[in-house]
Design a protein around this ligand. Structure first.
Ligand SMILES: [Zn+2]
Length: 256
């Protein structure tokens, strides 16, 4: 469980904005890139570092991608991707490539797309709960089959949850777009949504934020992967609403 700052801005996501020797393709080329070629720049034990990757590294409540690596040595599984010491490590199960060689990587798309839908759903849910109750998102965990978000301060009644679901369904029906763009940190701070975000948690060297916006609902610095339209979310199903302490509630959900 990762604790988020009030607006859902997440220090771990934000670290994904710090430069690495690996170009993060989902940041520059969009979230729908399923496979890519890359050059192997380093190997640390069973982990490979590429010059570019479309694989999402574990962080901020969104699990890492997995996939398949094809190199001259054969076909291997990418079992986990993580960011550490400014590098993106792809953990490999199978034959290792050689440094300098160009390889082909395919992302396990079913898993990644499920994470994209769940993550965008989390932003919408957070936006709606903030709009109705001024409760902030204080934690979240996304999985492919179910996800959860913690809100504070709030005390949900059954009617409150029904109201949130009705609003969620309405936003889906409206097929609102999900916009991703970069914005200077100082500009975002002057924006009304900037007040919701604890930008001071960010390392000072981050001057530009990646903003994920659902018009009318949420505008949040985030380095995660998202769908392009709410039409891709389908129907939300609330699995559990749980009190997790004074004025703190957790909503667990899945998507139909
Ligand atoms: Zn996010």
């Amino acid at each position: 469980m990762v604790d988020l700052s009030p607006a859902g801005i997440n220090p771990i996501y934000s670290l994904h904005l710090l430069p690495t020797m690996t170009e993060m393709l989902y940041m520059t080329e969009g979230c729908y890139l399923k496979e890519f070629d890359a050059k192997v720049v380093a190997i640390h034990e069973k982990s490979v570092v590429f010059d570019r990757t479309a694989c999402y590294p574990d962080g901020g409540g969104q699990p890492s991608d997995t996939g398949v690596l094809q190199s001259k040595a054969g076909t291997a599984k990418i079992t986990h991707v993580k960011k550490a010491e400014g590098e993106v490590y792809h953990e490999i199960d199978g034959p290792l490539p050689e440094v300098g060689e160009t390889v082909h990587v395919s992302i396990d798309w079913e898993r990644r797309y499920a994470h994209m839908r769940m993550h965008t759903a989390q932003h919408l849910l957070s936006g709606i709960v903030y709009k109705f109750f001024q409760a902030r998102t204080v934690g979240n965990q996304i999985y492919a089959d179910r996800s959860r978000v913690d809100f504070m301060p709030v005390n949900f009644t059954d009617a409150d949850v029904q109201r949130v679901v009705a609003e969620f369904d309405g936003a889906i029906k409206a097929q609102l777009p999900v916009r991703i763009y970069m914005m200077e940190k100082d500009k975002f701070l002057n924006h009304e949504e900037g007040e919701r975000a604890n930008i001071h948690l960010l390392p000072p060297e981050i001057k530009v934020l990646r903003i994920v916006e659902i018009p009318g609902y949420d505008m949040c610095p985030c380095a995660g992967t998202h769908v392009a339209s709410l039409a891709e979310l389908g129907k939300i199903k609330i699995l559990k609403v749980e009190r997790k302490g004074k004025d703190r509630y957790r909503i667990a959900y899945t998507l139909g």
